[in-house]
Design a protein around this ligand. Sequence first.
Ligand code: BMA
Length: 870
Amino acid sequence: MSTTDTTTTGTTTRATQRTVRTLHTGWSLRSTAGPVPHEIAAVDVPATVPGTVHTDLLAAGLIVDPYLDANEHLLAWIGQADWSYATTFDWRPDGHDRHELVFAGLDTVATVLLNGEVVAETRNQHRTYRVGVDGRLREGSNDLEVRFGSPVAYADAQSLALGYRPHVNHHPYNAIRKMACSFGWDWGLDTATSGIWRPVTLESWSSVRLASVRPVVTVDGSRGVVDVHVDLERAGASAGAAAPVTVRATVGDVTQEARVEPGADSAVVQVVVDDPELWWPRGHGGQPLYDVRVSVTGGEDGDAGRASSGRDGDGVDATRASSGDGEPAGDVLDEWSSRIGFRTVEVRVEPDEVGTSFTVVVNGEPLWIKGANWIPDDAFPHRIGRDRYRDRIEQAEFGNVNLLRVWGGGIFESDDFYELCDERGMLTWQDFLFACAAYAEEDPLRGEVEAEVRDNVTRLMTHPSLVLWTGNNENIWGHDEWGWERRLDGATWGLGYYLDLLPALVGELDPGRPYAAGSPWSGSLDVAQSDPDHGSVHLWEQWNRKDYPTYRDVVPRFVAEFGWQGPPTWSAMTRAIHDEPLTPESPGMIVHQKAMQGNDKLTDGLLAHYRLPDEIEAWHWAMQLNQANAVQVALEHFRSHAPRCRGAVVWQINDCWPVTSWAAVDGDGQRKPLLYAMRHAFADRLVTIQPRDGGLAVVVVNDTEEALAGPVTVRRVAYDGRVLASEQVSLTVAARDSVTVPVPSAVAAFGAPESELLVASLPGVTRGLWFPVEPRDSALAAASLSTSVTALSEGSGSGAGYRVEVTAGALVRDLALLVDKVDPAATVDEMLVTLLPGEAAVFTVASEVVVVGEEFVAQRVLRTANELVG
Ligand code: BMA
């Protein structure tokens, strides 16, 4: 909507259609109070809108990059300071009745002034603010200023004003409606920035505007039904505002309309699409999306039919099918468009023979969720453009992920994120923004919560990819099991949001979309949120205390979080950290390790499996490999227990800066070995060997729509390649099913466990392996590899990549090419490959650099588990 449509009335030109003008130019930034270095206090800094104080100061060369070294601490003053953004814009009367400044995101403690007059005070990063400025605009130049108070000072003051509430980390982020992780997290740096982080526009309109549009989509047999709920705002008592208008909704090529009489301000237009093509998650079908266009017209549109009723049964006339081309007859006053998909969704949290299920069902088909948790992809989220979202979602696809959970300590994700997920069949779930803390349920917080939920549910409910809203991250669990109850001393803590307010708002605005009170959610307050038989759980004991084989001690119904730390890629780590010497505990490395006792947990988690290297590149590889191994063990175990277990959501797919964390893709957007482990464990067809009933079993999982049949061969193989025992079992695995076959005892009878393994093979599927002892207790010898590297483009210019062939002379485990060490932009198609003696693997390296190909097989690049043993 950026066109101005004018009609001539008498001698004046009168605007009709709403106009939207972005106000993103000419901004400058200035500090106004706080502990600001004097060379910055004195200057006007060119400012980018959307943007933040940090990124503006960085662009101006006034601060160091907070992502590098120990710089985070040097910049803590920014969040303690007050700032002012200012610009000017020209304005001429344009014939419109109403003028509004619309801020899609102010972060956070903001006072808006137009021509020196305060027009708004805002306290919520997650809301959209529409500020009426009629009579306050000047013909000619206008001054617009947004003053930001220190979010640190505000949160501190509010934490007393609202009353103390428990939280994790060092700031009371639960006392301010600002992205919780902007105050630091166990993977995130503390920025506490301020800024105009989403677009700001000047909107002008006359008569009537579309205040909100919510297409509620249902599938009723062979009919796709879209109830388009429209709220109108009328421009006071002007002539146009007092006239009837027509609301017209088009879905695909079907149009319906309703006449709305003066005095009414809402309508529901029902559009029925016969035999709609269904939208499916990736791996289950296609993603047809239907355009939805809604307009409101006034003026000479005398022929709108009169039949049904709108709000309270009066004021709105019938909806009727349009016979023409769907083009509105009168003046178009406002328009809105989006895309929807036709699909049904349920999340079945129901009592069953085990306890309580947690099953996502789309179009009647129960799914196995191969998920990953999503955090803001940048500590300054305005920097995440559509291309970056696309890259990251493609990486999730590479990891065979089918659902991204948007975690509640971040943001309501952007339209770009959700549109891309819709297009690609990537399911999404959005937490409401409460994380690891208790929250006051009284005003002013309560009013802010309701307003932000209304804004964001209305914005996001169009998306077919969105299958679940959840009330919070870990807050019910935290209240019950982390000792909050005593510290609260009777104060409210958020339960009323999770059980009452939020489900009521979802029911009102987005009926039909599943809602769960929290993540985890056992299905009831009477059942512990950590009970694996009930609903969803977050499994953190393994990483924190118990080691990863103990994932196998629990058969959860659904795992909404679990994970294991590892450092970022070598190139990201060394781009960000310049310590000399670089060690796991050197100054920059410690700043980039935020987890409580993180390095101790890394070490403890490694030692049962591998030796702890005392050289940094080997340490880096060991920790990355152990991270990948840990998650792969967990995922294969969870999948082998389908359908009792219905999904696992790995913590976490992405990072917001280069940091040691649980992520599979690091803060520079590069794949860690973990992503390859996820790719393997989340493959549609999986052969895995698992402990069962005191013995071992082969489990074949078939998450495709075709049956899988064939002989499974299980061999016991010595490390030197000799086949010591072999059996074949024929099996058929139905579509979306799995089959468990005990490993015949003769095959499972290890003679020398330290130098034998089991190999289960099924044609066309990656084989499953079982090692009866940990690598460090095994006889795994140094790798004996022969390699050949071929440049894929002969000759000059930028390269087309490399083909790397590796042949194993002896058993080699978890072979990896850390190609980013040669070229940070390089990727390799496969990683973590185990070869029996004599076997070979071919890797394709995508890289545009031209190097001596042998660099890709240098010892520091070509790594194996073998080197961490012995
Ligand atoms: C859970 C998450 C995050 C955290 C992660 C790792 O608590 O919800 O809060 O980053 O574990 O500790």
